[in-house]
Design a protein around this ligand. Structure first.
Ligand code: FE
Length: 133
């Protein structure tokens, strides 16, 4: 991720992230469905990147997709995330990464609700919820 603003070595990331966060954010892992702590989170607030704190999603865009992963119809701003083609695992998917640190967040699909038609399918461990006060 050459064009991202937060740059750290693998060792530095290992120091600041839990091993679960590291596996997903830095190694493009996926947490199991219905496992993450934000799947059923409905409180009002915002979701920031667990790696660097970049503001990514608002609870207003969160919806229950039934997929087992926290799902959003849109990012807070179009430049909060970067979309990349991902043809791994014999699938054509679009990877979503944090625009600030290059961390892997999840994938985006075109079967979301009517307003945008998008479903940002995120890993809870890539996110940190900040409750609205
Ligand atoms: Fe980030």
């Amino acid at each position: 991720m050459e064009n991202t603003k937060v740059k750290k070595s693998e060792d530095e990331w290992k120091k600041i992230l839990t091993s679960e966060e590291y596996k997903v954010l830095r190694k493009k892992g996926t947490e199991p469905p219905f496992y993450g702590k934000y799947v059923h989170q409905t409180a009002e607030g915002t979701y920031v990147c667990a790696g660097c704190g970049n503001l990514l999603f608002s609870s207003e865009a969160k919806f229950d997709s039934g997929s087992g992963w926290p799902s959003f119809s849109a990012a807070v701003t179009s430049d909060a995330v970067v979309l990349k083609p991902d043809n791994s695992l014999f699938m054509k998917r679009t990877e979503v990464i944090c625009a600030q640190c290059g961390g892997h967040l999840g994938h985006v699909f075109d079967d979301g609700p009517p307003s945008t038609g998008r479903r940002y399918c995120m890993n809870s461990v890539s996110l940190r919820f900040v409750e609205k006060k």
